[in-house]
Design a protein around this ligand. Structure first.
Ligand code: UT7
Length: 331
């Protein structure tokens, strides 16, 4: 019996038009371009402006583009999963809204919340439905409107994040390409270091939570950096090792874009040169669940069928993960 793998057969990104530069941030908080670039690698990020637009808007734009590009009709889709930490609403989920916006009806759709590791989590889950043979076309979206939960008076966090979305189509592959292996991990003891304190069931919104600015991202950057740099590098190295991959036969590292220094440490641990590392943090910043699909979208023209890719991420939770996949098509 031929083993079915879930292969990415199309990728589409979406970023809003508005560019928030380091120069503009200098007018908002006590920061400067030199600090931001040297500590993070970020030069600018995109911000979604417009009344009533949430993560679903960006996700839907990415999915519309993906359907057009892959010549797929909405009614052919069997399942849609959206990774997001900034859903439009507490409920219904953003995946339901995206389906409605693009005309996908009567299928299962749901959200996954694993912060910056969300896309790897969602891809891991989505691939199972293809591998069992149950579904033929699954869409996995990563979309985050981080500007909705960023405190633009907090210089420690507001320089980091941006808005964006990316979507991939997963289809069965019996030629040996597709998702070969993945590892997902979490440690809820990391909660104090990276969180949004209010707005959920533990601390529902009150005047007090708003006055105390508890609806924004809180991050102890130095602590998160310490965990991120070790765990992302270790998990990427682990997945290479257990699949017999070396720096020579790895075509690309596709890392979550949180900080250029974390990305460099991961590449270094894997023994992979920076020429094999996808990087677009300079233009989009940290878009949470969207960083990895936005990288794949940016580098799509350089990808070849059969290329060995390692995806790796670390984020709030803490959550982290890595994936080994063989790219499914020549652009
Ligand atoms: O994607 C989810 C996972 N998140 C991450 O992986 C992020 C991990 N953390 C980081 O990337 C880094 O910790 C940051 C980029 C957030 C911060 O860099 P850092 O080198 O850890 O800086 P720090 O927080 O230790 O701050 C160093 C100094 C402090 O000043 P003092 O106390 O030494 O006088 C900060 O107040 O830099 C100051 N600072 C700033 N200065 C100018 C903090 N933010 C800024 C700023 N502009 N925007």
């Amino acid at each position: 019996m031929t083993h079915i793998k879930a292969s990415i057969t199309g990728i589409q990104g979406y970023v809003p038009d508005y560019v928030l530069t380091n120069a503009e941030l200098e007018t908002m908080v006590a920061t400067n371009d030199e600090w931001i670039v040297s500590r993070t690698g970020i030069k600018e990020r995109r911000i979604l402006k417009g009344e009533g637009l949430g993560s679903s808007h960006m996700g839907a734009e990415a999915v519309k583009g993906l359907l057009a590009k892959t010549n797929t009709k909405p009614e052919e889709i069997d399942l849609l999963i959206c990774a997001t930490t900034t859903p439009d609403f507490v409920f219904p989920c953003t995946a339901n809204l995206i389906c409605d916006m693009v005309g996908i009806r009567n299928i299962g759709s749901f959200d996954i919340q694993a912060a910056c590791s969300g896309f790897i989590y969602a891809l891991t889950l989505g691939s199972q439905f293809i591998e069992t043979g149950k579904y033929k076309k699954v869409i996995v979206v990563g979309s985050d409107k981080m500007s909705a939960i960023v405190d633009y008076t907090d210089r420690k966090t507001c320089i980091l994040f941006g808005d964006g979305a990316g979507a991939v189509l997963l289809e069965p592959d019996t030629e040996g390409n597709g998702i070969i292996d993945s590892i997902i991990k979490s440690d809820g003891a990391g909660y104090p270091y990276l969180n949004q304190k209010a707005g959920g069931s533990r601390y529902p919104p009150t005047h007090e939570t708003v006055d105390n600015r508890l609806h924004y991202v809180y991050q102890d950057g130095a602590q998160v950096f310490k965990f991120a740099v070790t765990n992302m590098a270790d998990i990427a190295a682990d997945i290479m090792e257990r699949n017999g991959l070396t720096s020579e036969n790895t075509a690309w590292l596709v890392p979550h874009q949180a900080n250029r220094r974390i990305i460099e440490a991961t590449a270094n641990r894997m023994g992979v040169g920076m020429d094999k590392v996808m990087m677009n943090i300079h233009k989009y910043g940290n878009t949470t669940a969207a960083t990895i699909p936005l990288c794949l979208w940016d580098y799509e023209s350089q990808l070849k069928k059969g290329d060995n890719l390692i995806l790796a991420a670390f984020g709030g939770g803490f959550t982290w993960g890595a994936m080994y996949l063989k790219w499914g098509y020549d652009a």
